[in-house]
Design a protein around this ligand. Sequence first.
Ligand SMILES: Nc1nc2c(ncn2[C@@H]2O[C@H](COP(=O)(O)OP(=O)(O)OP(=O)(O)O)[C@@H](O)[C@H]2O)c(=O)[nH]1
Ligand SMILES: [Mg+2]
Length: 418
Amino acid sequence: MFIDEVTVEVFGGKGGNGMASYRREKYVEYGGPWGGNGGNGGSVIFVGDEGKQNLIDLRYQRHIRAQNGVNGMSKGMHGANAEHRYIKVPLGTVVYSENKEFFLGEITEQGQELVVAKGGKGGRGNMAFATARNSAPSYAENGDPGEVRKLHIELKVLADVGLIGYPSVGKSTIISVVSNARPKIAAYPFTTLQPNLGMVYVGEDSFVLADLPGLIENAHQGHGLGIRFLKHIERCRVFLHVVDITRDDPYDDYLKIKEELRQYDESLTQRPQIVVINKIDMPDTEDKIKALKSKIKEDIVLISAIRQENVKDLMYKTYEMLKQAPKIEKVEDETVKLYKYEAEGPAFELNVTEDNVFELTGNKLRLLFERTDFTKDDAVKRFARQLRSLGVDDALRAKGAQNGDTVRIFDFEFEFIE
Ligand SMILES: Nc1nc2c(ncn2[C@@H]2O[C@H](COP(=O)(O)OP(=O)(O)OP(=O)(O)O)[C@@H](O)[C@H]2O)c(=O)[nH]1
Ligand SMILES: [Mg+2]
């Protein structure tokens, strides 16, 4: 099966916790802090691999986790950074967050990397916190959590030229005689259920040709195989619109396919294209050909795919058109925003619940919260100082917090003290 859309969940590794420990050696007079930093968590990174054809591997790995960083240790030893988790994906892979809310990026080149879940930073050990005023801090930082997100991944086949047209017009036959692709060919509609790619050589040069499942009227409303596969031709710089001259009204077929393209994306109708009239080996086609020629404005090439007549010329002509064809601007849905990894929005938000609990939330706040080791008094005190400098205390007062009121930060509660 051709897999061109999958959902997976990716987990960056947690950063290792910093260590809080002291030097205790026989001949060292003042034992200072000696806890090392935690290592960074590994990231999940997609890498472009031209050997991959589809997203099937991802279908079988719904959860992809990178490893956690190693905790800091005593004697000033830092924990190791975790290795990144690299996942090979085909070229043309487009990555969105769940429900296509954000666009994370796309992979179009061999070896190109895209970080899809960043690992958490390692926490600092108490050694890192020693200052002139506090030469022996007893706290260390916890490592940051890694990013966790659900991804919606799509594959858009990257081909230079796309074969489009009604079912059974001979699209697969054409690709089979001009390239190494060997798709199924048969006399019934919708023989092709997935795009096929083939490399076409023209002299010294080459281009990638895509054979696509057939379209019918109202494909954009889901008729036939629908227009699910049309996204694959968005990147094709030239179209070969194949028309079967043996059908009752080839001109009407031609118009209907154009209309489907227009319905899908108006800009597709402007793409350079050649109308390929196929099956001219069949008897009694002259009049129909003449009629088509008088009505169609685009370049027309007559071929018999099955007899391999004029197909080579068609490929040369296609290649010439491809060389002139404009580059395609990235086709992106404008409603999809570019995703930013760094926490956005206000540093914190404060709400008062019905039972008068002052509830604090926010991305920046979460980061500081996760870094804090709440089992250590000094660490909690430091957290309180961080809150003050973020302006949390002032905000609490402004909302009417009084001595003894409950303040909740995620799953941690404490009393407000003036
Ligand atoms: N007479 C004749 N028959 C052809 C020619 N090209 C293809 N055919 C026949 O037309 C039928 C359909 O060919 P395919 O290549 O499978 O058509 P397709 O456009 O890929 O069809 P779908 O995958 O269903 O969209 C097959 O029976 C082919 O043998 C041709 O040049 N002349
Ligand atoms: Mg086919």
